[in-house]
Ligand binder design. Sequence first.
Ligand code: CO
Length: 226
Amino acid sequence: MAKQYKDLINNNRLWASEKKEKEPDYFSRLSLAQRPPFLYIGCSDSRMPLDTYTNTEPGELFVHRNIANQVSLTDINFLSVLEYAVNVLKVQHIIVCGHYHCGGIAAAYHGKVKGLVGNWTNPIRDLVLNYNSELNAIEDLDKRLDLLSELNVIQQVENLYKTNIVQHALQKCHAGFQIHAWVLDISTGLIKELELPMEAWKNKGLIPETVEEDPGKNENHEAHGV
Ligand code: CO
């Protein structure tokens, strides 16, 4: 049954008291400071609370979410979050996480979105035009939209590399963080790690040669402060 407004408050009281019972100093510890190792950039979709899918606790994910997980180079909200995460919180991982069955992706694909959301999803419309032949080669519409979700995440990671915040960090010997491209399959609850075209990005000068080839696969990487 759908929750009522009052349920949220009641659930909160219950959750807080259970948490405190298990760990009496949980909230006093939590209130001291945040040191999240992860910045999560995701879609606003209500089915995308990454902490649930990854079993992470309050204090572990620093979060920026918007429709269709865009990394917009003119979005002062996003850029402030990124700057704070990199320069102050010194996160060790930046995760751009899209998802299949994304309303923003589907709307942009069909090109029928009006108003502000239409403007916001315009960059995805560009992706549709740029990857027209790859997308059209897939007969099944859902699978075509899945590919578009993946292309969108990779494009947003490319945008992330274009920010002066990330560029500045990369110019030092250790950026201090790794960047990951994920897509979540809501129909299974599973995360898929996407390969990034690092070689192509190096060739065009977007990222320096010294950046790791396949950051997602190297479990032993020691992150250093920026
Ligand atoms: Co979405």
